[in-house]
Design a protein around this ligand. Structure first.
Ligand code: ZN
Length: 220
């Protein structure tokens, strides 16, 4: 598999590559655009390690399976084992922060939802999680005030701020660890703001995480 966790400076991070634990609804504006109902229980799901790919200089999307949507999300890299962890234990176990795309086969997902079936094939396929390099947690003074955005072919499509999360990062990860033990090298995706939409082969993407980095990439 052509992926290892990278520091934003391009060096390798000495952690294994593990699973990706995700939350389905964590920004009100995205829940509204999907006309989804909010539930008291958070919606968690997992992408396997084989979904991970470097975000840049290019990434691929599956063909022939309907629309593939961008979901731009703040990614969190975990450096210590967490089981039934408190928010404080979570904070101490965060290696750093980055941006990832939770690529979603939207039409496949819609028909699975209609049948009441799980969505693994719509969100867990090979290459379903392109991710950028990580900024060390020590450099991120205010992880709950991170501005982030995605432009496609020069037009802004998604713009979020972690201040608008329904569940904040440490609380969200603490709840995840009541269901799934997180291991060193696992990643967490923290939900997408509004602006999901179809990607096409040849699209030029620009992703920005606050003042930390801008990544240019394309759909090959
Ligand atoms: Zn998502």
């Amino acid at each position: 598999m052509n992926y290892s966790h990278q520091h934003v400076d391009g060096s390798n991070i000495a952690l294994p590559v593990g699973k990706v634990v995700c939350i389905g609804q964590n920004y009100q504006d995205h829940i509204a655009e999907m006309q989804s109902k909010t539930a008291p229980e958070a919606l968690f799901f997992i992408k396997p390690s084989t979904a991970l790919r470097p975000l840049a200089p290019a990434f691929t999307i599956p063909g022939g399976r309907g629309a593939v949507h961008n979901e731009l999300e703040i990614a969190v890299l975990i450096s210590q084992q967490l089981t039934n962890a408190t928010s404080e234990q979570v904070t101490a176990a965060i290696w750093g922060y980055s941006l990832a795309l939770d690529l979603t086969l939207r039409e496949v997902q819609a028909s699975l939802k209609q049948l009441g079936r799980p969505w693994e094939v719509a969100k867990g396929f090979d290459g379903a999680c392109p991710v950028a390099g990580f900024v060390p947690a020590a450099d991120v003074a205010h992880p709950q005030q991170l501005d982030f955005s995605l432009a496609v072919n020069g037009v802004e499509r998604q713009h979020g701020n972690s201040a608008n999360m329904i569940k904040g990062i440490s609380q969200l990860i603490s709840e995840m660890t009541q269901h799934f033990t997180l291991l060193p090298g696992d990643m967490v995706l923290t939900g997408t703001p509004a602006g999901v939409g179809p990607l096409q082969s040849g699209d030029q993407l620009q992703l920005q995480l606050a003042d930390f980095f801008i990544v240019n990439t394309k759909v090959s």
